[in-house]
Design a protein around this ligand. Structure first.
Ligand code: G3P
Length: 220
């Protein structure tokens, strides 16, 4: 089971990587825009902090352009960078070609199980179904994960990993993992929330206060 960070903020990657549990990072053009920084510089810095797969997304919409961009990114960036392409017919062509060259591909913007299956057949290393964006339009995003995992379980020859994306809260993460999702990518605040419990905080407070009493009493 892999936990990825969905961000283009290098300091956030540094923070979560320092916990020792970060398996990879996903970015997208919107996250790069939000960072206000140069795309390749950001990806390079992230890839130097986290040695797992780092997704860098192409912006060409035709297969030829996606393949060229993918190759260019692979040449310019550290070797743990993988290429993210949109789930379109052109994206499938690019996935097939890049994968056959040994380049890892993450097929993104997946909203139904048939898209996931097609991307897997094209040789994707990861398929990224978007949970939260389906919730946003009144669907149950988790149902898509369930459907994909059910299909995957019937075809052990599928080696593509299911990467649950557009995760909006800790329950999404746990639901995805209960369904056997290989990977979940989430923003930094969700990593923090996954580690947070008020009883942990109050428990620490009580232990420290009791220990201070022990020290005051000279029994330490
Ligand atoms: O990286 C893609 C994805 O996780 C997007 O999430 O919250 O913008 O729907 P969101």
């Amino acid at each position: 089971m892999e936990l990825f960070l969905d961000t283009a903020e290098v300091e956030e990657v540094r923070e979560i990587a320092s916990w020792g549990i970060l398996d990879g990072v996903t970015t997208n053009p919107s996250l790069i825009k939000k960072s206000g920084r140069d795309f390749k510089k950001v990806i390079k810095e992230i890839a130097e902090i986290c040695d797992g797969p780092i997704s860098a997304e192409v912006t060409a919409m035709d297969a030829k352009g996606m393949i060229e961009e993918g190759i260019e990114l692979k040449d310019a960036l550290p070797k743990n960078v993988i290429i993210k392409v949109p789930c379109t017919p052109q994206g499938l062509i690019a996935t097939k070609e890049l994968s056959s060259m040994g380049i890892g591909v993450n097929v993104t913007l997946i909203f139904n199980a048939s898209q996931a299956l097609m991307a897997a057949k094209a040789g994707a290393m990861y398929v990224s179904p978007f949970v939260g964006r389906l919730d946003d339009i009144g669907h149950e995003g988790i149902d898509l994960i369930s459907q994909i995992m059910q299909i995957w379980s019937g075809y052990p020859e599928i080696k593509t990993k299911v990467l649950a994306a557009s995760i909006r809260h800790p329950t999404h993460v746990l639901q995805c993992l209960q369904l056997g999702t290989h990977t979940a990518t989430m923003p930094t605040n969700i990593f923090r929330q996954l580690m947070k419990h008020p009883l942990t905080d109050s428990g620490i407070e009580r232990f420290l206060s009791d220990w201070a009493d022990v020290e005051d009493a000279g029994n330490a």
